[in-house]
Design a protein around this ligand. Structure first.
Ligand code: ADP
Length: 626
């Protein structure tokens, strides 16, 4: 980078800053989007895992409630593992494995078990979190004693009693339906006792459709209830509490207290002692019928015990690494693109400096993109500038040359007269005057051209009769033409009205006629012809003179250009007549062109719009037409 471009203005740096900014924004947006969608996915995954865990827990709890040990639980555990796609391990409370769904090496158990399986102390938190009912539609709220309802122990009815109860229940349901039109459905409780749901018929079912079979405990239930009653009695006695009579649904009815005063004082404690005794007695009674408490471990297969999404230091390092890589790629791409962009610009800057210092200035054109086109345009401009510079130098040289010769003549003769070597007779004076006039002529021509180049050539347009104008020019040159033995002819096709500056137009046509007379040998003819064509007035100045070679014809409108360089200015001109005539034509909104055949003659054609110039000023030098 060049030292003279301030760093903060450097194209490369700015490009780099923009691309880094864009990539940082895109990394941030992508990270945010990814984190959001990953969080949603993880939440769904965790939700599913929680539901699976709750189902596994509930199933195993049901197994524990209905089996005295874990020996036969392998099949259930494997099925659960297969269904959930996770490893299920059951251990004792001391973490000694009892059942494992996978046969491989022993699982590396997580620090904390998923749950503790104890049907007599149900983990209500896990069950409630999963939203699942504890078992067979029994909502958690109905087991405040934390004893799984599926643990029925000695209350499990034998088939015979079950059938008898079922028959009685069906009979009663039919009675209720028939008497009250009430919907009555029968469901099985875990012990096998049918439960009659009478819904709206409840008030009537108390008095009508009574079934003694259904309302009384069966023999099995009576035996189990008696055993439980005994345990409760013992408990209450230990705690100095008056006795109660247990019902089949483990509610109780207070028995009349032996000392009324004591019963009154017992009202308070009985509220919590009795349920405690009932619950502990039930646990004591059920303990031999349920599986011992165990720990449940649910882990992902392959030993990965955690599926939680956390941004561990490794994950953070990984994200930082990827972000750094993206940034590195962006910076590299930015540097490459910036270098590609700034290199041609630097080349252009160098070329402009070369141009300022007058050296050749070109840049390499690569590709056709904007920079390629800029380089091509710069080269074209540099070329044109060099051409103009050459033209300017040549013109200064030409002007000096044109002025020097007549000035030298004048000075030479005047010095000779001063030294007495020449006699200042009328002939010498008229010769000096002729040289002075020539000088005047060249200077006038140069001034006309300078005015035209500056776009300040004023055209005072007015209606002109072309036939009259041609006649005036012919009259002005007739003397010279006759002296040269050349015939001057004018012809106009009828009346040709034209809006033009008569003085400037006479000057232009006069230049053409004087050239034609000068280049036509004695006996030849110069014709001034005018006609109308497509709304334009066309004036031809044709001669039967020497003609101009095709190569020269292209150059006759250049300044100071003469076909015969050796010819004296007296017989020729300054080389400014045709450029001035063309400028005048263009100032009128028209054109000047030439055709010629060597040895036969030349025709110069002036074409002017009949309605006159659009403005009364001359156009710039670039609007020249050949
Ligand atoms: P000049 O003052 O020398 O005539 P011009 O610009 O009028 O300058 O003409 C340029 C050159 O064009 C002349 O020197 C001459 O060689 C050539 N030229 C112009 N008109 C004619 C013509 N009618 N026939 C042949 N050559 C001509």
């Amino acid at each position: 980078m060049r030292a003279d471009v301030p760093l903060h203005r450097s194209l490369l740096l700015r490009l780099l800053a923009v691309s880094v900014l864009v990539s940082v924004c895109s990394i941030a947006a992508t990270a945010w989007l990814t984190a959001r969608s990953t969080t949603v996915a993880i939440r769904q995954e965790q939700g599913q895992a929680l539901a699976d865990d709750a189902r596994t827990y509930d199933t195993l709890l049901g197994y524990a409630a209905t089996h005295p040990g874990w020996d036969g639980a392998g099949k259930v555990v494997r099925r659960l593992a297969r269904d959930t796609g996770r490893r299920v391990t059951i251990t004792t409370e001391r973490r000694v494995p009892v059942v494992d769904s996978d046969t491989g090496p022993p699982a590396t158990l997580p620090a904390r078990p998923t749950a503790s399986i104890d049907p007599l102390h149900v983990d209500t938190v896990l069950a409630a979190a999963s939203g699942a009912p504890l078992a067979q539609g029994t909502p958690l709220a109905s087991v405040p004693d934390h004893i799984d309802p599926r643990a029925v122990g000695p209350f499990l009815l034998p088939g015979k009693e079950r059938d008898a109860l079922r028959t009685a229940a069906e009979r009663r349901a039919a009675c209720l339906r028939g008497s009250f039109g009430a919907a009555a459905t029968i469901a099985d409780s875990p012990s096998g006792r049918p439960v009659l749901d009478t819904e709206g018929a409840r008030p009537y079912s108390e008095t009508r459709c009574v079934s003694t079979v259904l309302d009384r405990p069966t023999a099995t239930e009576a035996k189990a209830l008696a055993a439980l009653q005994k345990l409760v009695d013992n408990c209450l006695e230990r705690r100095h509490e008056s006795k109660v009579r247990l019902n089949l649904d483990f509610t109780w009815t207070p028995l009349p207290a032996p000392v009324p005063a004591q019963a009154a004082t017992d009202d308070g404690p009985r509220g919590s002692v009795v349920p405690e005794c009932v619950t502990s007695s039930r646990r004591e009674q059920l303990a031999p019928y349920v599986a011992p408490p165990a720990l449940l471990f649910i882990s992902s297969r392959g030993g990965d015990t955690s599926t939680a999404f956390d941004l561990s230091p490794e994950n953070q390092a990984r994200i930082a690494g990827v972000a750094a890589l993206v940034l590195l790629i962006t910076v590299t791409a930015g540097v490459m693109a910036g270098t590609r962009l700034s290199r041609p610009l630097r080349a252009l800057t160098d070329a402009v400096r070369n141009m300022e210092e007058g050296r050749a200035a070109r840049v390499e054109v690569r590709g056709k993109d904007e920079i390629g086109r800029l380089a091509a345009a710069f080269n074209a401009m540099a070329e044109r500038r060099e051409r103009l510079e050459e033209l300017r130098k040549a013109m200064v040289g030409d002007v000096a040359h044109e002025l020097r010769t007549p000035l030298s003549n004048i000075r030479g003769w005047l010095e000779a007269a001063q030294d007495g070597l020449a006699d200042p007779d009328p002939e010498l004076v008229s010769s000096l005057l002729e040289e002075a006039l020539l000088l005047q002529h060249v200077i006038d021509d140069l001034q006309d051209l300078a005015v035209a180049d500056a776009g300040e050539l004023r055209v005072h347009a007015e209606p002109v009769d072309v036939a009259d104008l041609l006649a005036q020019v012919a009259t002005a040159h007739r003397g010279g033409a006759e002296a040269a033995g050349v015939t001057l002819v004018t012809r106009a096709d009828g009346r040709l009205p034209l809006v033009a500056d008569p003085v400037r137009l006479r000057q232009a046509v006069g230049n053409l006629v004087s050239n034609a007379v000068r280049h036509t040998p004695p006996g030849g003819t110069v014709s001034l012809l005018a006609h109308r064509a497509d709304g334009d007035v066309v004036i031809d100045v044709a001669d039967t003179g020497s003609g101009i070679a095709p190569d020269d014809l292209a150059l006759v409108f250049e300044r100071f250009w003469r076909v015969d360089k050796s010819r004296s200015r007296r017989s020729g001109g300054s080389g400014l007549g045709l450029p001035i005539a063309r400028k005048l034509a263009e100032a009128h909104g028209g054109s000047l062109s030439a055709t010629s055949v060597v040895g036969e003659g030349s025709t110069f054609t002036l074409r002017l719009p009949a309605h006159g110039p659009a403005g009364a000023r001359s156009p710039g030098p670039d609007r020249r037409t050949r």
